[in-house]
Design a protein around this ligand. Structure first.
Ligand SMILES: [Zn+2]
Length: 374
């Protein structure tokens, strides 16, 4: 059996390609640090800077009165940093530039805040759907290449089953114009998992199809993934990265520790934001599957099964996903609204029975002509 790549081995349940995290590795910070020391040698012997030297001397002493002019040691670096900060604080032009830059950034941020669909959560997003689709297409071709020979043919019953459920979800998602593609991957080394890439590329591992007890539970999985696509969570994560980089760099400059900067970004920003988007996908997905006439109550036994699987996971505050217990509690809280939506969608009328009958017929028809499903 072909081994998975290191990246895909790290994938946890659901949406992994869309859950990429920034990498603020020590080498990343070291490269920035080296660049700064090369570009800004902090020597204050120049006569042109004598005034600045006098003004910043107090600050320079405050950081240990170290007279290093290079970053050869941590103390020297921090001392030079203190001098630099002091110099900048007293420089009018720098003050004006910082004010303009900060104000411009703030206005840019506010002008790109918009509500997420369904949940209404206000979030910053600056990427375009076109860019997100380009990234999704790139991942799509990579995944197809990686799993070459382990993708079920389009006329396989499992593929047809996934398409059947996706068809009903797509019909209520408002994304009928997306170029949807469905693939089922058979790889016993991968646990129950599924993902939807930007651009409507759906991947479901066969192990997930073995886990779900019925189409309602499969709809729980697929509606969650479709919700990520609807809410453009990939674009939202990408949009935040420049801010995270600036914050990480600032934290590193202040503390001199790349580890602290990494921990700050990871635990204070990245992971909470990821868990929030996962919960939002649960919420949107639950309402979506209800609108599509699937039983939202089946989401609870599904997540109970996931919990019993006991997949190795970090504690919730260290994870990019909510715990299964949190998900079950939240879904239970949202259930009345989901049931109300399902009731209002008139799922039990004659037309719905006809649709279900048509879907069942399409299953058999799809075995002969899978392309007719979509
Ligand atoms: Zn997810």
């Amino acid at each position: 059996m072909q081994r998975l790549s290191a990246n895909l081995l790290k994938l946890r349940t659901f949406c992994k390609p869309s859950c990429s995290r920034p990498s603020f590795s020590p080498s990343y910070f070291q490269s920035i640090r080296t660049q700064i020391s090369r570009d800004r040698p902090l020597s204050f012997s120049s006569s042109a800077h004598q005034t600045a030297n006098r003004r910043t001397y107090a600050t320079y002493r405050r950081f240990g009165n170290q007279h290093h002019s290079s970053f050869s040691s941590h103390e020297g670096f921090v001392s030079n940093l203190g001098a630099l900060v002091g110099m900048l604080m007293y420089n009018r032009r720098v003050q004006v530039a910082a004010l303009v830059l900060g104000g411009g950034t703030f206005i840019f941020y506010l002008s790109n805040v918009e509500p997420a669909p369904v949940s209404g959560r206000r979030r910053f997003i600056v990427t375009t759907p076109k860019l997100e689709q380009m990234l999704g297409d790139s991942q799509y071709h990579s995944l197809l290449a990686e799993y070459r020979g382990r993708v079920y043919p389009d006329n396989h019953p499992d593929v047809i089953r996934v398409k059947r459920v996706m068809k009903r979800l797509i019909a209520v998602s408002g994304m009928e114009d997306v170029d949807w593609q469905v693939h089922v991957i058979v790889d016993p080394s991968v646990g129950p998992n599924a993902m939807v890439l930007p651009g409507g590329k759906v991947f479901v591992f066969a192990s997930m199809l073995n886990l779900v007890s019925n189409d309602d539970q499969l709809a729980t999985v697929l509606s969650h993934e479709t919700a990520h696509q609807l809410a453009r969570h990939t674009g939202e994560k990408l949009s935040k990265q420049p801010f995270y980089s600036v914050i990480a760099l600032t934290a590193w400059l202040i503390t001199g520790s790349s580890t602290i900067a990494q921990l700050l970004i990871q635990f204070a920003l990245n992971l909470p934001a990821s868990r929030q988007m996962e919960s939002e996908a649960d919420y949107i997905g639950l309402l979506m599957m209800s609108q599509a006439c699937y039983d939202p109550r089946q989401a609870i036994p599904f997540w109970q099964k996931m919990e019993k699987l006991g997949l190795a996971r970090p504690m919730e505050f260290m994870s990019d996903h909510p715990s299964d217990q949190t998900r079950i509690a939240q879904i239970t809280q949202w259930m009345p609204k989901a049931l109300e939506i399902r009731e209002n969608s008139k799922c039990r009328n004659t037309q719905s029975y006809m649709n279900e009958l048509r879907d069942s017929l399409s299953f058999f028809q799809g075995i002969r002509d899978s392309d007719s499903i979509f």
